[in-house]
Design a protein around this ligand. Structure first.
Ligand SMILES: NC(=O)c1ccc[n+]([C@@H]2O[C@H](COP(=O)([O-])OP(=O)(O)OC[C@H]3O[C@@H](n4cnc5c(N)ncnc54)[C@H](OP(=O)(O)O)[C@@H]3O)[C@@H](O)[C@H]2O)c1
Length: 258
């Protein structure tokens, strides 16, 4: 059955907004979360124009209490059947390559990993009781291999990947589909800050189409573009020194947030 009540975090722009629009249809309820009320309003209007019933909440996903309270009240109105945990940040690195720093590294873990848990965990009892539901976690191909320019970002996404895989193994037999999404580079506010090489970068629309299709069919893993995902997995399997040398030569670089 197609999703009927869907939570999307990070829906104020980028992939989250594009996924919300793809899910929007008559009979579908969308619950959109991000910090930026303005961006959320734009996404909500686009989804409503497609016939969806839409509610928004300007919440920081790091705020576990606020997330729990809001999710409980939405769940009481209309139970969720789908969670798309997409909100994410990349803090970027300076010219010295080590500017993620303590604040940057911990902020990425707080938003990208803990923020996803804050979106998912409060809704799991309902999903388990109904023995149904879908959960998508938007990680990154960076989850496969620590990147010299973004160790904290890669760590946050690796954590999210294995958290999603654990959930998938636990919840699959209970009728709940979990999709771990591992995108490569695509165009967005975040994507535009990636400097240097962006191998096989794709448009936002293409990334959203691939992700949306994977969620609909209940794919267990959705890593794209495949050659980049395979490359990073192979790099991880190499002897550590060789793997470090190769990943340094990729010269990924993320401009610091403005
Ligand atoms: N773009 C790429 O090349 C790429 C590659 C691999 C994976 N990804 C992943 O794909 C996901 C979407 O990225 P994107 O490129 O669409 O990024 P984006 O355009 O920067 O959008 C990120 C979204 O997350 C929200 N967000 C950030 N911090 C938040 C917080 N503390 N609380 C609530 N919402 C928050 C932002 O909204 P507010 O700022 O309004 O809160 C925004 O809606 C992210 O998880 C990212 O790591 C992106």
């Amino acid at each position: 059955m197609p999703p009927r009540c869907i939570l999307v975090t990070g829906a104020s722009r980028g992939l989250g907004a594009a996924l919300a629009e793809r899910c929007a249809a008559p009979g579908v309820a969308l619950r959109l979360v991000a910090r930026g009320a303005e961006g959320l309003a734009v996404t909500a209007a686009r989804c409503a124009a497609r016939g969806a019933e839409v509610a928004t909440a300007a919440i920081d996903v790091r705020d576990a209490a606020a997330m729990s309270a809001r999710l409980a009240s939405w769940e009481a109105e209309r139970p969720f059947d789908t969670i798309i945990a997409n909100a994410g940040i990349s803090r970027g690195t300076g010219p010295d390559g080590d500017a993620e720093g303590l604040d940057g590294a911990t902020a990425q873990v707080a938003v990208n990993l803990l923020g996803a848990m804050h979106a998912i965990e409060p809704l799991l009892p309902g999903f388990r009781a109904r023995r149904a539901g879908r959960i998508a976690l938007v990680a990154s191909v960076a989850a496969y291999r620590g990147l010299p320019d973004a160790p904290g970002y890669a760590a946050s996404k690796a954590g999210l990947r294995v958290y999603g895989e654990g959930l998938r193994a636990a919840l699959g037999p209970r009728g709940i589909a979990v999709t771990v999404v591992l995108p490569g580079f695509f165009d967005s506010a975040m994507g535009s800050r990636w400097q240097g090489r962006r191998p096989l970068a794709m448009t936002l629309d293409r990334a959203a189409d691939i992700t949306h299709a994977a969620i609909l069919r209940g794919a267990r893993r959705c890593a794209f573009p495949l050659p980049l995902a395979v490359l990073l997995r192979v790099l991880d399997a190499l002897p550590a020194g060789m793997s470090d040398w190769a990943v340094r030569r990729m010269r990924f670089r993320i401009a610091p947030e403005a």
